[in-house]
Design a protein around this ligand. Structure first.
Ligand SMILES: NC(=O)c1ccc[n+]([C@@H]2O[C@H](COP(=O)([O-])OP(=O)(O)OC[C@H]3O[C@@H](n4cnc5c(N)ncnc54)[C@H](O)[C@@H]3O)[C@@H](O)[C@H]2O)c1
Ligand SMILES: O=C(O)C(=O)C[C@]1(C(=O)O)C=C[C@@H](O)C=C1
Length: 401
């Protein structure tokens, strides 16, 4: 095994130009609402030669997306041109509809014999994972996705080209994921200036319950509380200033979409809300006990954690590090390695799979200077990988062809 950290010289930079390569030529985006239309706009901006075809039941969404140049064409789901496009040349399908629609599209993809890459943007993974396993002809071609950005303005009217810039986009590869599919999606997402966070499928819904779904219900509860009191004092809502608005913005989101999200993640959301009741109860208890110390402790813990949240992410091209991991005789290397990297806060700027010889490949990752590289090294070694780390000069990274 190579010394995990120390590497004397700057490395060659295989794949260092990966971020701007066009990973897909013909993309179908199903659902041209906030997320799908923003994705169409961002992909078209980042990869102008890719053919982006949008699909939506709503004629206005189709018209707007096409008119703004976000899609080459926008089709109704039953338009025969859609089946032709998917059969003839589409190499990526992205499902960006509410979760309730996925079964129909997975069935259609199976009918059309689609063998390209499938991903989605759906906020919960419980149902879509089952549907992919049951309905897609090649479930290993499906890589679950979830952009961790959004807006309370749903529909095409909320869409914007820069929605994903500087944000995190979850991908959930598993042991069966085709490594090149993950690599191409990684290129697509980083090409839009978002970064990929790999997460184990079984962890996804519990994680987002805590950072997204519980907060949404708490925001709705805050508005409900104020609304009840506003009935008595009509002027109350006019007093709502920055604090109230910052903590409740998301409550204006689509109730239909959020009800779908909540019920596809019911167990984790329920547990999170119960835990939340307990935390609010701690404030109540401290007040009733006149315990300023306990009350202050709660505030201090929250303030420290909130202040430690990273500000908007800016891609770093300084102090890059190449990690090389032999992939021989082991399935699921991409999923394992990228998940470990994300779990210790490391950011993978690009991924390359070097096919050294028949049956012999090396996974090469370019990391930015974030996260705990020591932990990454330890955990990879603990998981049985033979890894080497080499610093890269920024100049080399920028100029390799
Ligand atoms: N809103 C957010 O902040 C956010 C963030 C990340 C992920 N997501 C997820 O992404 C997905 C899309 O969310 P959104 O906010 O863009 O919703 P949205 O309501 O803005 O857009 C959904 C679009 O899908 C279309 N649609 C509905 N049924 C369809 C069908 N059968 N065929 C084709 N199109 C259909 C609608 O007409 C609409 O244009 C959801 O699964 C959501 O959970 C949302
Ligand atoms: O409105 C926003 O700013 C969001 O980021 C929306 C948000 C979130 O709660 O974090 C909402 C649902 C998603 O699945 C992802 C993102």
């Amino acid at each position: 095994m190579t010394d995990p950290i120390a590497a004397p010289a700057a490395a060659d930079t295989p794949g260092a130009d990966a971020a701007r390569r066009q990973p897909f030529d013909a993309i179908a985006i199903v659902g041209l609402g906030l997320i799908g239309a923003s994705l169409a706009a961002a992909v078209t901006e980042a990869f102008p030669d890719a053919e982006v075809v949008g699909v939506d039941v709503d004629a206005r969404a189709r018209a707007l997306a096409a008119e703004r140049g976000w899609t080459a064409r926008a089709l109704a789901p039953d338009d025969p041109a859609l089946a032709d496009f998917v059969r003839e040349r589409c190499d990526l399908v992205v499902i960006a509809t509410p979760v309730a629609c996925v079964d129909d599209y997975f069935r259609a993809l199976a009918d059309w014999g689609f063998d390209g890459v499938v991903t989605d943007t759906i906020s919960t993974k419980a149902h879509v994972l089952e549907a992919a396993a049951d309905l897609l002809p090649e479930p290993r071609n499906y890589v679950p996705g979830h952009p961790m950005t959004g807006s309370e303005v749903n529909g095409v009217d909320g869409a914007r080209t820069d929605l994903f810039k500087g944000t995190n986009w979850i991908l959930c590869p598993d042991a069966d994921t085709v490594p090149e599919h993950f690599q191409r999606l990684h290129e697509l997402i980083t090409g839009m200036e978002a970064r990929v966070v790999s997460l184990r499928r079984e962890e996804h819904d519990r994680a987002v319950a805590i950072v997204s779904h519980v907060p949404h219900m708490v925001a709705s509860s805050l508005v409900e509380l104020a609304s009840r009191h506003a009935d008595d004092t009509q002027s109350l809502m006019r007093l709502a200033a920055g604090g109230f608005k910052d903590t409740t913005r998301v409550a204006a989101g689509s109730p239909k979409l959020w009800c779908g999200i909540a019920f596809d993640n019911a167990a984790a959301l329920r547990d999170g809300l119960v835990e939340m009741q307990g935390i609010i109860g701690s404030f109540v208890d401290a007040l009733e006990a006149g315990d300023r110390g306990a009350f202050t402790d709660l505030l201090v813990q929250a303030a420290d954690a909130r202040r430690a949240l990273p500000a908007a992410w800016v891609p770093s091209t300084d102090n890059l590090l190449e990690v090389r991991v032999p992939m021989v005789n082991r399935a699921g290397v991409v999923a394992e390695v990228t998940t470990i990297a994300s779990s210790v806060g490391c950011n993978i700027q690009s991924i390359e799979i070097d096919h050294v010889s028949e049956g012999n490949a090396v996974l090469s990752l370019i990391l930015t200077d974030e996260g705990d590289v020591g932990q990454l090294s330890l955990q990879l070694i603990k998981a049985g990988f033979s890894v080497s780390f080499s610093p890269i000069l920024v100049k080399e990274y920028a100029h390799v062809d």
